[in-house]
Design a protein around this ligand. Structure first.
Ligand SMILES: Cc1cc2nc3c(=O)[nH]c(=O)nc-3n(C[C@H](O)[C@H](O)[C@H](O)COP(=O)(O)OP(=O)(O)OC[C@H]3O[C@@H](n4cnc5c(N)ncnc54)[C@H](O)[C@@H]3O)c2cc1C
Length: 235
């Protein structure tokens, strides 16, 4: 039932009104779209976004919705290199009043209960977690939950850092910034030692990063069913 509920909204398509974009940091851009009244999502889910203002070869990409439903805007944030895909070039061409199509939001990458949760973000994989943490902050129940975010970026370029620090101040959520795999493993070990399989483990980032951390967790006796993965295929 849950799986069907998480996947069925893929059939729901809508045209989102583009509002603005801005640069978060070197090579990272945020795009904002109007949130229609009847649009909602579970914090952590993603949509399938399509370019419609011109014809390009691969016009569809999945992106996590980085805003919480309570924020009343659809926010996506993406890495855009100096030589981006046609899709990302087209995103940068968007002007106020233009539209992109979105299917969904879909997916099962969201918190389901109050279990202690370890959220592990690699680079741009922070996007679903921004939504999750913003929603917890808005609901005002951050104190009741044991949530630790580990955010690894080898270039120490932490997108949303000010906002994440604000959330950490307002709630009992812990945010730890890391730049090496060794340190990440040490932080993971602390959590697994305390909570073992009573905890839930969420990993988002490039597919290689997500897979290797999932294997690390399983090697430390964390059961696969307690590990949720959001692999950003394409990086
Ligand atoms: C569930 C899900 C959620 C996702 N959410 C997000 C999200 O929130 N934000 C996000 O950015 N992506 C997200 N993605 C990935 C996204 O859909 C694209 O696949 C990704 O952004 C790559 O985009 P692109 O194909 O347009 O290529 P581009 O980013 O333009 O890159 C073109 C090519 O260059 C390579 N490349 C790009 N940058 C570099 C670099 N610095 N060094 C070396 N090679 C490089 C890429 O691997 C690619 O082959 C998500 C994917 C999934 C499955």
């Amino acid at each position: 039932m849950g799986f069907i509920q998480d996947i069925l909204p893929i059939l729901k398509k809508r045209e989102l009104l583009f509002l603005e974009n801005y640069k978060e940091s070197e090579g990272v851009y945020t795009f904002l779209f109007e949130k229609e009244k009847d649009l909602t999502w579970k914090a952590g889910q993603h949509g399938l976004f399509s370019i419609t203002h011109k014809s390009i070869k691969k016009p569809i990409r999945p992106f996590s919705v980085a805003s919480a439903p309570s924020e009343n805007v659809v926010k996506i944030t993406m890495g855009i290199s100096d030589d981006p895909s046609e899709f990302k070039k087209a995103m940068l061409e968007l002007k106020q009043g233009m539209r992109v199509r979105m299917s969904g939001p879909v997916g099962s990458f969201y918190l389901k209960d109050n279990s202690p949760s370890l959220l592990i973000a690699g680079g741009i994989g922070i996007t679903p977690f921004r939504s999750i943490l913003k929603q917890i902050e808005a609901e005002g129940n951050g104190v009741a939950k044991q949530i630790n975010l580990l955010y690894i970026d080898s270039k120490k370029s932490y997108v949303y850092k000010d906002e994440l620090d604000g959330i950490a101040n307002n709630t009992s959520i812990n945010v730890t910034y890391l730049d090496s795999r060794n340190d990440l493993h040490q932080e993971i070990d602390k959590f697994t030692t305390l909570f073992k399989n009573n905890g839930k483990y969420f990993i988002a980032g490039s597919k290689s990063m997500v897979d290797s951390i999932s294997i690390y967790l399983q090697d430390h006796n964390i059961s696969k069913r307690n590990i949720k993965k959001d692999a950003f295929i394409g990086y």
